[in-house]
Write a protein that binds this ligand. Structure first.
Ligand code: GRF
Length: 194
């Protein structure tokens, strides 16, 4: 079974969707660990409930980013992780992890990239008055939401849409798309992990 590590900072609904897909047999992978940079985040509770080992750290415990990334890298290597799946991880990945896992780190973003990168992509789309936004899964590079796009889905914005209704529609799409993309990548059916 191929092993993945999920990195998350918050609620963890995508973490849960990936776990649920594994349990249903739609994703042939082992979620070997959760890496979390906010020890109080709800995603930590979810992982504990699911019996997924958690490494929760406070970045300020470390002198430099390279130090905590080296620590994480040791854990990833010990567990023979093949793919890093970012799911609401609110931190840029630094050179230590990027070099060690080149082409093997992916992220999900709530817009049709390259539109609306960065924070509050849902709010950005509403403020721009566009008729459509979406969901993107992409490889991670040193930039903010700039890596090569793997797959995308469009989400319509209807009149009277609020941030809450749009967010809910986007998350529903995310919870289907992300496990499917991870499965495709791990099974080597689409783009190979570079
Ligand atoms: C998702 O909308 C994802 O696209 C973005 O962060 C959010 C995480 O949500 N990167 P959750 O913690 O998985 O519920």
């Amino acid at each position: 079974m191929k092993k993945i590590a999920i990195f998350a900072s918050g609620n963890g609904s995508n973490f849960q969707a990936l776990l649920d897909a594994v349990k249903k047999g739609n994703l042939q992978a082992e979620v070997s660990m959760l890496i979390c940079d906010r020890p109080g985040a709800f995603v930590v509770e979810r992982a504990e409930t699911e019996g997924v080992p958690v490494f929760a750290f406070q970045p300020k415990e470390f002198k430099e980013k390279s130090e905590y990334e080296s620590h994480i890298l040791t854990l990833l290597k010990e567990s023979e992780i093949e793919l890093i799946v970012l799911a609401g991880y609110m931190r840029l990945i630094g050179p230590t992890l990027l070099q060690a896992f080149e082409g093997r780190i992916i992220n999900i973003h709530p817009s049709m990239l390259p539109a609306f990168p960065g924070k509050d992509a849902v709010g950005q789309a509403l403020a721009a008055g566009v008729a459509q936004t979406g969901v993107t899964v992409h490889y991670v590079d040193a930039g903010m939401d700039t890596g090569e796009i793997i797959d995308q889905r469009v989400v319509e914005i209807i009149p009277g849409e609020t941030k809450n209704t749009l967010q809910a529609k986007i998350q529903k799409v995310e919870h289907e798309l992300y496990p499917a993309v991870v499965q495709t990548l791990l099974s080597g059916k689409k783009e190979t992990l570079q």
